[in-house]
Design a protein around this ligand. Structure first.
Ligand code: FAD
Length: 455
């Protein structure tokens, strides 16, 4: 799609750094190819121009020029989303925010960061002060704080601290509107929900203020179990054990470890696996609990080794969290391209029963992988099962069958926010969109309702 105003916009913004045209394709992609359906829908959707501003003044000029020349703008952080959130489906400008990467300020319990700050670098900066982000996605290395806010949900740390949408998880978000005369708007506490998980359609996030957790001496461990159900029962018990400080409880079907390169050697064939990050002084409490469910610790790093894996420079040593959440999917797909995945959660106290049903009913089509969280005062299981993909019709039928068994699906095979089930945040987002993006120029095409920019 070309826009009549594009040439004038380019001339007006000629002094702002931009990506070489050879990078247009790379800067227009994310990990949507996890889904064969999204791959066929989104391959070839490219930006016309990628701008990489360095100052607030340049950002304001870009927002104003897009509004005046009626050119769409899709904001981009690390480009690690996996539903095509950052793909400019209607072309126009991609706005790369990665030059805005400063810690604005940090104090006990709170930090404020520029939008393009990468999560690993935020934690690196906070560590010496004894604080850390409460939770981060497994893409911590590349993902930005604003990309997480606008496109992510939870991750490593969610077994203690819940998800972004939960009360208190975000303190404030500052956005810039896309209007002829752009305005900075500060949204605090509940108002932040107006922008949360909105796929960059409700204003350009400029800064984010987050609550922090005290740093713990975390260690990476692997625990093996005779089967998936005993590993899952352990996961549930550990998530419920408030006395044990933990950062990650990731449970894997016995078919997963052989696909996880370096990890495979630590898990005997045919055993299910738990990847656990626990505070080092509480390792023994965790191991004893694992023993109650037939678990054996097969691998354990020291605190220094765990920190080195995350923050060090040796690419050979991988933090264990890079085998969890959607990194499990990524690694399995590298071994077997026939896999795709689903996102399923479960009604309270029904989780283990439904998981057993899924395991029994789909012994070949599903390979189960669970991530334990703690939300709203209870254990919360979200699972990212690997699926042996056949075709779109079968995938749709499988989702309906899982819902009939009691699972709740959030469909990762759509790039439309309003087609994705429980991914959408319950907040007055449409009202705020009218304020932040009155011309419907931000990331158009990501909602069934409302948005098409007229060329
Ligand atoms: P991008 O992909 O660049 O953008 C995501 C969305 O945010 C887009 O819609 C974009 O337009 C918008 N956006 C970006 N910056 C701004 C801004 N400044 N203002 C307004 N909108 C903006 N997600 C999780 O929640 N938990 C996980 O554990 C997790 N694991 C993953 C593992 C793998 C292997 C992959 C591929 C993805 C995973 N994800 C996970 C999804 C994704 O990595 C995260 O949500 C991540 O936080 C996205 O950050 P990003 O900077 O890469 O965002």
């Amino acid at each position: 799609m070309t826009y009549p105003g594009l040439k004038d916009l380019e001339t007006e913004l000629a002094d702002i750094p931009k990506a070489n045209p050879s990078l247009l394709r790379a800067k227009s992609r994310d990990y949507y190819w996890f889904s064969p359906i999204l791959k066929s829908e989104l391959d070839g959707k490219n930006a016309d121009l990628v701008l990489i501003p360095e100052t607030r003044e340049q950002l304001v000029r870009i927002a104003s020029a897009c509004a005046r020349h009626k050119v769409p703008v899709t904001v981009r952080g690390g480009g690690t989303g996996n539903y095509g959130q950052a793909v400019p489906v209607q072309g126009g400008v991609v706005l790369d925010m990665t030059r805005f990467d400063r810690v604005v300020h940090a104090a006990p319990g709170v930090g404020r960061f520029e939008a393009g700050a990468r999560l690993l670098e935020i934690d690196r900066a906070l560590r010496d002060r004894g604080w850390e982000l409460r939770f981060f996605p497994s893409t911590r290395r590349h993902a930005t704080i604003a990309g997480f806010i606008a496109g992510g949900a939870g991750g490593i740390g969610s077994c203690t601290w819940g998800q972004l949408a939960d009360p208190g998880a975000v303190i404030a978000i500052q956005v810039l509107t896309v209007e002829e005369n752009p305005r900075f708007i500060e949204l605090r506490n509940r108002d932040a929900l107006k922008v949360l998980h909105a796929y960059g359609m409700n204003g350009i996030i400029i800064e984010v203020e987050m609550p922090l957790a005290p740093c713990q001496p975390w260690i990476d461990t692997i625990v093996t179990f005779p089967d998936l159900m005993s590993a899952s029962e352990f996961g549930y018990a550990l998530a419920a054990a408030e006395g044990i400080a933990k950062k990650l409880i990731s449970i894997h079907d016995e078919r997963i470890p052989p696909m996880m390169d370096q990890l495979a050697t630590h898990v005997p064939t045919g055993q299910a696996m738990a990847i656990v990050m626990v505070a080092e002084p509480q390792f023994e409490a965790m191991a004893a609990l694992a023993g109650d469910f037939g678990g054996t610790v097969s691998f354990r790093r020291t605190v220094a080794e765990t920190n080195d894996a995350a923050f060090g420079t040796n690419a050979e040593v991988t933090p264990l969290y890079e085998y969890t959440w959607n990194h499990t999917t990524l690694r399995a797909m590298r071994v077997d391209r026939d896999f795709t995945y689903l996102q399923v959660r479960y009604p309270a106290h029904e989780e283990l029963r439904i998981i057993k049903n899924l395991k029994d009913q789909y012994p070949d089509e599903l390979v189960l992988h669970l991530e334990f969280q703690r939300r709203f005062g209870r254990v919360f299981v979200s699972s990212l099962p690997l699926v042996r993909y056949r075709d779109p019709t079968r995938l749709q039928a499988l989702m309906e069958e899982i819902e009939a068994i009691g699972g709740q699906i959030s469909n990762p095979h759509t790039y439309r926010l309003d087609g994705a089930g429980w991914k959408r945040t319950d907040a007055p987002q449409p009202e705020f969109k009218r304020i932040a993006d009155p011309h419907n120029l931000m990331n158009p095409g990501k909602m069934f309702e409302a948005q098409t920019v007229l060329a």
